[in-house]
Design a protein around this ligand. Sequence first.
Ligand SMILES: *[C@@H]1O[C@H](CO)[C@@H](O)[C@H](O)[C@H]1NC(C)=O
Ligand SMILES: *[C@@H]1O[C@H](CO)[C@@H](O)[C@H](O)[C@H]1NC(C)=O
Ligand SMILES: *[C@@H]1O[C@H](CO)[C@@H](O)[C@H](O)[C@H]1NC(C)=O
Ligand SMILES: *[C@@H]1O[C@H](CO)[C@@H](O)[C@H](O)[C@H]1NC(C)=O
Ligand SMILES: *[C@@H]1O[C@H](CO)[C@@H](O)[C@H](O)[C@H]1NC(C)=O
Length: 439
Amino acid sequence: MQLSSTFASLLALVSISWASSTPHGHGERVVRFPLTRKSADVAGHVDLSTLEAQFIRFSNKYRQTFSAFEANTGSAHPLSGKMMSSISKRGDGVVPLINEGSDLWYGEIEVGTPKQKFNVSIDTGSTDLFLPSVSCIDCGGHVMYNAAQSSTAKDKGQFTVLSYGQGDVMGEEYSDDVFLGGYEASNQTFLAATVYSPDFSYPNFLPDGLAGFAFENISALGAKSIFETTSDSGVLPSSVFGVKLSSTSGESELCIGAADTNLYIKDTLTYTDVTVKGYWQVNLEAVSRDGTTVASNNASIIDTGTTFIVTNDNSAEAYYKDIPGSSNSTQGDITYYTIPCDTIGSYTPTFTFGGRSFSVSEETFNAGPASEGSSDCLGGIAGTSIVGEYFISCSMCVSQVPFFNISVLDFWVVGDVFLQNVYTVFDKENLQVGFAELA
Ligand SMILES: *[C@@H]1O[C@H](CO)[C@@H](O)[C@H](O)[C@H]1NC(C)=O
Ligand SMILES: *[C@@H]1O[C@H](CO)[C@@H](O)[C@H](O)[C@H]1NC(C)=O
Ligand SMILES: *[C@@H]1O[C@H](CO)[C@@H](O)[C@H](O)[C@H]1NC(C)=O
Ligand SMILES: *[C@@H]1O[C@H](CO)[C@@H](O)[C@H](O)[C@H]1NC(C)=O
Ligand SMILES: *[C@@H]1O[C@H](CO)[C@@H](O)[C@H](O)[C@H]1NC(C)=O
C-alpha cells in the first residue's frame, strides 16, 4: 500500500525562520516564525515502511523520556506502564533507517560568546537541547557549534548518547549561554554532538539541532530546558510560552514570556492543569466525533514534535469503528485508518480540555488519499498496541542498546493534527496548558 503525496505533505519539510524578536504588547518579546512548507511531493508517495520507521522513532523518544523521568525522580512515570519493565532482552532485529523529511517546526537560537546561530526544532514532547559540534563527523550541511570559539563554553566532561524520535545523537555535554528570541538561558546544559545518525543528517533533518520545551524531569541530560532556564532566571514577563502552528506561510509563531493575544479569541482561552510535571501532560476530557463521545478522561501529552494524534488501538478503533466505509491498515505496530474521502469531513474529531471543545478541521484531519487515486483518505488519529520488541536504532553506539518491550500506550499523544487548530499556551508558572480558538 502506498500513500499519496497529500499524505507526504503532512510529513512535509516545514521550515520556519525565526526572525529577530520584536517588542510586542506590554513590552514582552514575541518570537515570530514565518513558515515555509517545503513540498515533499517527490515521487508522490510515502510507503508504509516509512511510516513504521517514523513510529519506531516516536517510540524511542517516549522510551527515552519515560526512562529519564524514572532516573530523575526515582519512580516510574505513571503513564509508562510496562514500557520500561523489560529493557533487558536482546534479539537480532534491526530497525531500518529510512530517510524522510522532518515534520518538526523550527526556529533560530544563538549560543555562546560571541553568538553562534542555529536552527532548532521546537519539541514540547522532550526537554533536552542538542546541537552538532565542529568535531561531528556526520553533520555536514548543518551549522556546527564551536566551543573553542565561545568564551562562555564549559565542557562538562560527560559523554552521552541520546536516542530521539528522529534517530540517535551522541557527544559531549557542554554548558554555554543560549539566547532564545533575545532572552538568555545562561549556563545552559546541552549536548554538542560528535555523531549524528543518518536521520539527523542534512537534508533529512533540516534544522541543525533540537530544543525540548518540556520539564527537567524527562531530561536525559538531567538538565532544564532552555525555556526553564530562561524562566527560572526571572527575566520573562511571565513563565509562559504560546504556540501557533499553521501550514500557511508566515503564520506560525512561538511567543516567549507571554501568550500573543493577537492570535486567539480571548474569551475562548481555557486552561487545564498539568497533571504530572514531566511532559506537558493534561487530562483529555473527551474525544468525540459526529456527536458521539468515543473516549473520556484520558491522559494526554501535548507534543509539537509529533505530527499525528496517536493513541492505543482500542481507542483508535473506537473512534473509527462506526464510520461507514472506514478501514484500517497495520504497518508494524502502528495502525492507520481510512475513511471515504467524500465523507471524511463529517467525521472530524472534537477534543475537550478544561470544559471547552475544540474541533479539528477536515484540512488538518484528512491526511490525503491512502494511495494514488484512492477514494479512501487517511485519518489523523493513528493507533498502536506496542507489544513488539525493538532494537533501538543505534548503529554507531559503542555498546548496543538493548531490545525493549513496550506494552499498551494508555494515553493520547496530541500532535500537530490537533495543535494546528488552536492557539496553545504552555504555562509553567501555574502549571497548566491553555487552548484557545484562533483569531
Ligand atoms: C534557519 O532557517 C531559515 C529558514 O530556512 C534560514 O533562512 C536561516 O538562514 C537559518 N539559520 C541558520 C543559522 O542556519
Ligand atoms: C553552571 O551550571 C552547573 C550545573 O549545570 C553548575 O554546576 C555551575 O556552577 C554553573 N556555573 C555557573 C557559572 O553558573
Ligand atoms: C518531578 O516529578 C515529581 C513527581 O511528579 C514532582 O514532585 C517534582 O516536582 C518534579 N520535579 C521537577 C523539577 O519538576
Ligand atoms: C481493523 O479492521 C478489522 C475489520 O476490518 C477489525 O476486525 C480490526 O479489529 C481492526 N483493527 C484495528 C486495530 O482497529
Ligand atoms: C480512555 O478512557 C477509557 C475509559 O473512559 C479507557 O477504556 C481507555 O482505555 C482510555 N484510553 C486511553 C488511550 O487511555
